[in-house]
Ligand binder design. Sequence first.
Ligand SMILES: Nc1ncnc2c1ncn2[C@@H]1O[C@H](COP(=O)(O)OP(=O)(O)OP(=O)(O)O)[C@@H](O)[C@H]1O
Length: 750
Amino acid sequence: DDEESPSEAPNPVSLETVKTRSNQQLHGDEWTELLELDSSSESDRGSSSDDEEEEEEGIGAGDVTTPLTEFLSFKQEAALGKPLAATEKDMPGKLPVSPLISVMSHLISFLEHYSQMQRLQEKALEYRAKLRQEESRRKKQLRVLKRAYRQRMRDKLNLIENLEGIICEQQNIMEKLHNGMKVSSACSLYNTSPVSPTGIHRLVESVNALQGERTKLREEIVDLKQEVEDREKEKQQLACSFHLQIQELKERIQGREEELNQLRTETGVTDSEKRIQNLTVENEGLKQSLSVTQGLLQQLSTISTQPSIILVKENEDLRTKVHHLESSLQEKVEKLMHLEGQIDVLQWRKEEEVRRLDDSIRGLQLSLDTERMRPVDIQYVTKTVEVESPVILKSLAEAEDRNQGLVEQLSSQTERCQRLEDQFRGSEALTTGLRLKISAYESEIEKLKEELLQEISHLEAQKEEAIKEASECSEQHLHQLREQFSGVQMRLTTLQPVLKNMKTNYNSLRSQVRNFSEFYETAIKEARRQISVAVAEVSDANRDLLEKYHQEMLLRKKYHEQLVELKGNIRVLCRVKPITEQEREEGATATAVTTDLHDDTRLLVSYKGKERSFELDKVFLPLATQEEVFQEIEPLVMSCINGYNVCIFAYGQTGSGKTYTMEGSPESPGINQQALRALFKEMEVREDLWKYSVTLSMVEIYNEVIRDLLGKDSQEKLDIKLHPDGSGQLHVPGLTSVEVSSFRRLKKES
Ligand SMILES: Nc1ncnc2c1ncn2[C@@H]1O[C@H](COP(=O)(O)OP(=O)(O)OP(=O)(O)O)[C@@H](O)[C@H]1O
């Protein structure tokens, strides 16, 4: 029996030994008690699995210690040493239960409870981690809100800076334009040609008209300014009211945020998060709408400020234009006055000259007429006298010269008059040009005035529209904000009782968790103590079992020796090779060797018509498998682990199946493979108790020559010699031996 199952685990052996011990020590009543205990523990285990869900929900200290108390009571009873009357024969139908098994079952139940406690501990840890996560999340949210607020403030400041920059740029541009206009007006002044005296009055009149218009424009500007100021005041009032509303809304939002924060700090648990998030989202919406209204207000302020600035600038430009025109007109008037004086003087001179010349011509004419009126003789005398008289001639020549000079003077005077007339005509043309210019200026001023008025009206309309839009928009926003705010308030009022509920739940849960942690700490301590006691018990039992195992091993060795003695050291087994397919095809039908189906030690061999019977230790039928052959060999193989030398030696004629039996094929491995596998398996089983080392050497004996198959030089010839230790054993000096750690490695080496 031992030889057949040497590789079995020690459990059945220990079970049997404990069984015999129990039979010796325990009596009938105690057996029944033990069985009841065991069955109760079994039922406890069953019920415990059923009640697991309940225990998960809430485990009491009593539940945890029940199996332990049972175990202790069992131990106490065992310690009392009550004689057990019942024997194995008294209980033929029932199998006795080992105390080790019952201890193990109790231990398992303890471990179950312990794992449940650990689960609960893990849950508590989870809760704590969740709380911590929640706290960190809220802190993050607060941080994000603060950051957003700061960002918004920064944006506003940037916007203000940008606006200031834009205003400065516009002012610069206006100044440049102003300067440019001055220069252009100056140029136009310098380029103007002198004005003729005839248009001076008209110019003066037009200047007066312009001045009148300027005063009108000034008055209009003053009115416009007044209007703009009024609008500004209105706008400021509107802005103030908006700011107040915004401030109010901000305060309300602040209040809501504080309330929210309070609620958050009060509740701090999971389910309220979504609602709080909703509230924060609504708050965000409110803030956004607030920022929208602020933006609108800013737009409004920019819209209302822009036209007033433009109007003022245009007024300034117009004023400067009018001023320039006035000054240029003044200059032209002065010039005209001067020219008029000059023209008067020249005209008077010319008239004087003309009058003088007329007088002299008239005198000459008269003298000529008197001369002509004289009688003929006298005329002749006179002529002769004149001709003859050189004095008369001289005086005549002189008179002619003088006449010529006067004629020339007259012609030059007429030329001069002509020139003056031309000059006068030119000045008249200039005056008309100037007049045209003035009219153009007037029309331009008129146009500008119209444009200005149109622009002012347009701007006014725009301003009105923008104010209207802004007020409508802000009203809408305000309305929406109010609605949202009332919604938030409603929600807050509905949320408050829920949050209160949650708070109480959380507090109760917290107290439970706190109590639970104390409870499970004590329970764990108790369980640990009990486990350590149980482990000590089990280790004692193990020690006992180990001792028994050693005794058992000794016994097995002894029995093996006895078996070897009985069976003999050398056993001869015969395996009859079946007729192979190839042999069948070649015509083989029967073998010379036949086996006896009823006697596996007998073999019949027919030779030359004679039949001889041989008796061997074992005869394998032709159909015997590799496993069957190895089963017969296995105990011998295993005996090598117990310290015996074993040699398996195959002998037979060529093709009789030696290699097949010893080596086999990968599909059906032979004795070598199976033996080595079994050896390593057994070594693994005994790993805790024994240390084994396996070394491998391979030699070939062929034609009386020994060769090392694992050596470096396969052609080297080796010798078989007696071992020098005097044991009388043979050995091959210089033979390579390789240490093999596992069956896989062995296969690799081979
Ligand atoms: N029990 C068996 N069942 C099936 N086939 C077998 C059996 N025994 C041997 N054979 C087959 O017979 C043939 C010869 O066997 P094997 O090579 O083992 O003989 P051998 O004794 O080792 O020969 P040699 O002495 O020449 O090496 C092989 O093909 C092998 O598969």
